[in-house]
Design a binder for this molecule. Structure first.
Ligand SMILES: Cc1ncc(COP(=O)(O)O)c(C=O)c1O
Length: 397
């Protein structure tokens, strides 16, 4: 008995597909430094569990399909603190930012219609688009120039009569790019002039370094009817396992249809929403030391990479990822070799090959994504190991 034809085309996550190799290495007693996945090691604020423990719940009932209202109120207050005009009725709670993105793709595109996305992009976008037959059309950006967006003319040349939206993560996963206010404005103008939606994935909003700030599409007041903001507690509050995200929009048709999707899956877990409210109620100062920790980690990792022979890596301004171009024949082969054939003092590193973060075939073959989500000592050790590995790798170019 065969599954549906389309089920065979679904993509395995390139971030997770090397996990069996890592598990085998661990069984052999090798310590693996995980640079492959954006799982922060920052403690989840205690208020999350305290709120859950305090919850006086006799029956763990279904919640409203658009989410627990006190959480929606707290998210609305959070938005107002950062000058984004989203009211409670503009916000629906989702199962992570992932569900909000899936919905945003479904709500903006009919089958066969297109979303423009700067590549390399968060590879799960492909997994969100494919089930709905939404076509991702890449806007190619390159490591050599720090992944800057092309100019307006190039962007407009990619628009067809099937294009319905532009999606981008800002700050970016996997590039770490923080798009400038001018770039956000340019994309907003293009959206307005070509009648497109903007799917603004801003789950890393607080993680900007060197004094930079991320400009939210929610601050582009003339196009708010076209903007869908995706958010999440996963990275913001280091609460990936809570699976609480949100979709926000001023567009009533989008919100009405989003609620129908919400009703079809009934609701988001009740206790996690209680914990998430406590997170959104935290003082905004919470982010300052966290940001400093990430910035210090970024500097350790990038300083080390820039000293390695043959490695190209621009210093990214946000999120907690960087893409490094390596002197290797094939980044996936290298990533597997690190787990199967290599060790220093019974230690190795795991990296994410970037090929599948690009839509254009053949791009990113010698690039890896590295997440700086380890403490500074571990990160320095991981860099030492990577440097030795690059020298020892038989497929070095
Ligand atoms: C850019 C981006 N968007 C969305 C998500 C989805 O996160 P979650 O579903 O945990 O909220 C991630 C997770 O890594 C991400 O990197």
């Amino acid at each position: 008995m065969k599954a549906s034809k389309r089920s065979y085309d679904l993509q395995a996550s390139p971030i997770r597909k090397l996990v069996p190799y890592a598990n085998e290495a661990k069984k052999r007693g090798i310590k693996i430094y995980h640079l492959n996945i954006g799982q922060p090691d920052i403690e989840t604020p205690k208020v999350f569990m305290e709120a859950v423990k305090k919850a006086d719940v006799e029956v763990l009932a279904y919640a409203d399909s658009n989410g627990w209202e006190p959480l929606r109120e707290s998210i609305s207050k959070y938005y107002k603190r950062i000058n984004l005009p989203y009211e409670v009725e503009d916000i629906i709670i989702t199962n992570g930012g992932s569900e909000a993105l899936q919905w945003a793709f479904l709500l903006t595109c009919d089958p066969g219609e297109e979303i423009l996305v700067p590549e390399p992009f968060y590879t799960n976008y492909r997994g969100f688009a494919a089930p709905y037959d939404v076509v991702i059309k890449p806007i190619t950006t390159k490591p050599d120039d720090g992944f800057v967006l092309p100019g307006r003319e190039v962007l407009e040349s990619l628009i067809t009569d099937k294009t319905r939206a532009i999606a981008l993560s800002n700050p970016g996963n996997p590039t770490g790019v923080v798009y400038s206010k001018e770039q956000v404005r340019m994309l907003s103008d293009i959206a307005r002039d070509h009648n497109l939606f903007i799917v603004a994935d801003e789950v890393y909003r607080e993680f900007c370094y060197d004094g930079k700030e991320a400009t939210s599409f929610g601050s582009m007041t003339d196009i708010l009817d076209r903007v869908i903001i995706v958010d999440s507690v996963s990275k913001r509050f280091s609460a990936c396992g809570a699976r609480i995200g949100s979709l926000a929009s001023k567009n009533r048709d989008i919100m009405t249809a989003a609620l129908k999707l919400g009703q079809a899956r009934l609701c988001v877990p009740t206790l996690e929403m209680i914990g998430a409210k406590a997170l959104y109620d935290l003082d905004p100062d919470y982010f300052t030391p966290i940001r400093e920790r990430y910035e210090a980690r970024r500097n350790i990792m990038i300083d080390a990479l820039q000293k390695m022979d043959g490695v190209l890596c621009e210093r990214p301004g946000g999120a907690f990822y960087a893409i490094a171009k390596l002197p290797v024949d094939n980044a996936e082969k290298f990533a597997i070799w690190l787990l199967t054939d290599f060790q220093v003092d019974s230690k190795s590193v795991m990296v994410a090959p970037v090929e599948n973060f690009y839509q254009t075939p053949g791009m990113g073959m010698d690039e890896v994504r590295l997440a700086y989500v380890l403490n500074t000592d571990d990160l320095a050790e991981a860099m030492r190991i990577l440097e030795i590995a690059l020298k020892a790798y038989p497929g070095r170019t």
